[in-house]
Design a protein around this ligand. Structure first.
Ligand SMILES: *Cc1c(COP(=O)(O)O)cnc(C)c1O
Length: 385
């Protein structure tokens, strides 16, 4: 009897990703299949797998698992999160109008701004948390609305359901970058988006040992277009990285829960500390997007906490030992970064100011270390100020 996966909890489906999927040897986990090409029975008829640029077994296991968690028709896996976002741009005709959240990831803005003159795209950046500003930006008939919520690093919350309705009203495809939360904590397709894109590099893999991306679509025609471009452009994920991300995915719900709980506790303690002037964390009742986040997310608020300290942010950074100074987020290890100098350095100073990213903003990605140990580390570094 085959399982009714639709009735299973997300944790069950994640833990079973690629399990019992080795018909060749009966291995409990799906093997890494490295073949570049696959035998045909008939010269004119490809088998299920034909050439590994198009699709391959190890990639297919992960694609099916993530599509299942997002509630998508299917998924395309790419060599990075940026390749996944670029894949979406292939759906658009020359001259298309794109409306994007003004505080979306710096690398996304760099890509959009570079593609615009090449393909005649008109890119409008808008504050997606302000629905009337979004409606005004969408009005002249946009082809793509690109959202990111919570936004990174200020963790502003966009109402996906309301924004999607505005996007659809203008005739646009609605895509949401779900990297910061992952399907364990938020499922944009259930809220009305057409496409959800994530970096696998971050919390989905969760171990900071591979780079990859994924695009999921609700509609099979959109998915077919994405798959066509994935094959044509050859930017698909390789088998070793697909294997690693599948292994990471099995513990995603557990990690997302533990890291969110730790982040909430640390954010509350930071907000009450006299050397901290400001904390952004959607799990805190004082956060302007708290009620919305509580409603549209899965009851938890993710691993990222941003803060401003009173005094020299660099002195604070130098005092940290359990938070490693490095880009990226969502891994089992805690990281600290200065977005203006690191993840968002590609944006112009004006664009950073518009998005509320000051030069002294510090972003924490809370990992799986013991929460009290992390707090002691933060306290010690704050005491240096
Ligand atoms: C990291 C990141 C990306 C890009 O992913 P890569 O795997 O690094 O290419 C896109 N969006 C967000 C929100 C990110 O944090």
């Amino acid at each position: 009897m085959s399982r009714d996966r639709t009735r299973e909890a997300l944790a069950t489906r994640a833990a079973r990703a690629g399990i019992n999927a080795d018909p060749g040897h009966g291995g409990i986990v799906a093997p890494i299949n490295v073949a570049a090409t696959y035998l045909r029975d008939d010269a004119a008829i490809p088998g299920k797998f034909d050439y590994a640029r198009t699709n391959a077994p190890t990639r297919a296991v992960l694609a099916e698992a993530i599509a299942g968690l997002e509630g998508a028709e299917g998924a395309c896996l790419t060599a990075s999160g940026m390749a996944a976002i670029d894949l979406i741009l292939n759906l658009l005709p020359a001259g298309a109008r794109i409306v994007a959240a003004h505080d979306c990831y710096g690398g996304t803005q760099r890509l959009f701004n570079a593609r615009a003159p090449q393909r005649g795209f008109e890119i409008v950046y808008a504050d997606a948390t302000d629905l009337s500003a979004l409606e005004a930006a969408l009005k002249p008939g946009a082809a793509l609305l690109f959202l990111e919520t919570p936004s990174n690093p200020r963790l502003r919350i966009t109402d996906i359901e309301a924004a999607s309705a505005l996007g659809h009203g203008a005739g646009a495809l609605v895509a949401v970058d779900n990297t910061v939360l992952s399907p364990a904590l938020q499922r944009p397709l259930e809220l009305g988006a057409d496409i959800v894109v994530s970096s696998l590099t971050k919390i989905i893999n969760g171990h900071s040992d591979m780079v990859g991306g994924v695009v999921c679509a609700r509609d099979s025609a959109v998915l077919d277009d994405l798959a066509w471009w994935l094959n044509a452009s050859g930017t698909g994920l390789g088998p070793f990285d697909a294997f690693l991300a599948t292994r990471g995915l099995r513990t995603l719900p557990l990690r997302a829960r533990a890291q969110s709980d730790s982040a909430l506790e640390l954010a509350g303690r930071l907000a009450a500390h006299d050397r901290v002037s400001h904390v952004d964390y959607p799990g805190l009742a004082a956060h302007p997007g708290h009620a919305l986040a509580a409603r549209q997310q899965s009851g938890r608020f993710g691993p990222l906490v941003s803060l401003e300290v009173k005094g020299d942010a660099r002195r604070f950074l130098e005092g940290l030992e359990l938070f490693s100074l490095a880009q990226s987020l969502g891994g089992a290890e805690s990281l600290v970064s200065v977005p203006a100098l690191m993840t968002h350095a590609a944006m112009s100073p004006q664009a950073r100011a518009d998005a509320g990213i000051s030069d002294s903003l510090v972003r924490l990605s809370v990992g799986l270390e013991d929460g009290d140990d992390l707090w002691r580390d933060l306290e010690t570094a704050l005491a240096r100020l």
